[in-house]
Design a protein around this ligand. Sequence first.
Ligand code: ADP
Ligand code: MG
Length: 480
Amino acid sequence: MAQATNIIELKHITKIFDDNGFAAVSDFNLEVKRGEFVTFLGPSGCGKTTTLRMIAGFDIPTEGEILLNGEDITKLPPNKRPINTVFQRYALFPHMNIYENIAFGLKQKKMPKDEITRKVKKVLELVDLEGFEHRKINTLSGGQQQRVAIARALVNEPEILLLDEPLGALDLKMRKEMQLELKAMHDELGITFIYVTHDQEEALTMSDKIVVMSEGRMQQIGTPEDIYNEPVNAFVADFIGDSNIFNGIMTGKCLARFCGAQWKCVDDIAEGTHITAVVRPEDINFTEPSKGTIQGVVTSVIFKGMHYEITVESGKNEIVIQSVYSAKIGDRVGMVVDPDNIHIMIAEDHTNFIIGSITKEYSLEYNDHVLDVDLKDLIPGSSRDSSGRLLDSNGEEIDIRRTKIQISIQPQDITMTDDIEQGLVEGYISNLIYKGDHYSYVIHTDLEQDFVVDDEYLWNMDDHVGLILPIEKMKFSVKK
Ligand code: ADP
Ligand code: MG
């Protein structure tokens, strides 16, 4: 049989942990080629570790299958897979020396002693710890301990090395050094690395391919350049690198309006389409105010070594610019952007849908609250008779008791409050993206769905908030 070019394939993987029914990973599909360096990148809690644990065999998917060299290994125990994992916590035996730590697994497999010695020596050279065999673990620095953990995984000669935030516990300088060493190790060994990090810079530096994840789902997969230059949605644009993100609308052929002005762009999208525009801070240039597409006032200047990070207020928008030239707070400036550097995406529809039900008393309820709305306003052409019954245009009674009503409401029409009791719904902020003149929040609730809310004010991740949904902003339809 010809060798499969994909060493690992994940097909429609979903993982639900029994107790809550919540999907930590949803319909995840991935193909990894032999020898690739693939990185899972995303914020804490997005399902990176769970996905890695399923590849390693520590967790079994609820749905979907995992293929190794074309063969189904979905339920194969971890020790039967040619896969080893390096964790953030080193999990070394503190009372053993380096040699004993690395040799442990091989001794258990009853490998001949001279073969063990040879293999341990080889991996110690690889991680740059030759001659350290007899040092005790507790005399080593964090960086050295992580090298031992890597050596211990590599000594098994796995086909795939999984690394779960392996540098997370190291200081910045050590982390940078180890990034380069791991990359060199990958090139030298030629084996497949699947790496997990929440650090976008680390992912961009090390990977052949990046998988951006959010809330258990793959958002985008591509080379570091693809992900940086062509983010597919506002989440990816915001998560990778610094971005200015604006809501806008197409106003003509390759013309978009956002941030209070009309801009030439290179994307030919139908006039009237709602869009999200992304502009990287390094792509905005200063000019005299009269020559700028937009104007504004400098509100902060920070020296970053290679450039200045300058914040400009323009109308209600706050714009971040990287420039090799400095500016003074209070300066009035013009700003221009090359059309090539304006990245337009069709805006995602973030309409919130909830389902209310009509009680036998003809009131509309949602989440144990009665919504003060007259049912005749929900049913076009209906009226009420003197006894309060609902009638259609022919005077026939419409019995919609116990039916469901779909209610939709836009993100900008919902208000957040820290007075939880005041809200129709409560939840926790699980994501936020700055969009020039407002923030877009995702509110995680105990109900069937999460809510998207636009708000001018900055709240924090994990803030507990109540959501006020004004009835006059709701749209209703009878759910068949
Ligand atoms: P990441 O590694 O990206 O930070 P994880 O894969 O650890 O994310 O977790 C993803 C989601 O699954 C989180 O909401 C987490 O609370 C949940 N989760 C992870 N492991 C378990 C478990 N054993 N039981 C229940 N929920 C879990
Ligand atoms: Mg994790």
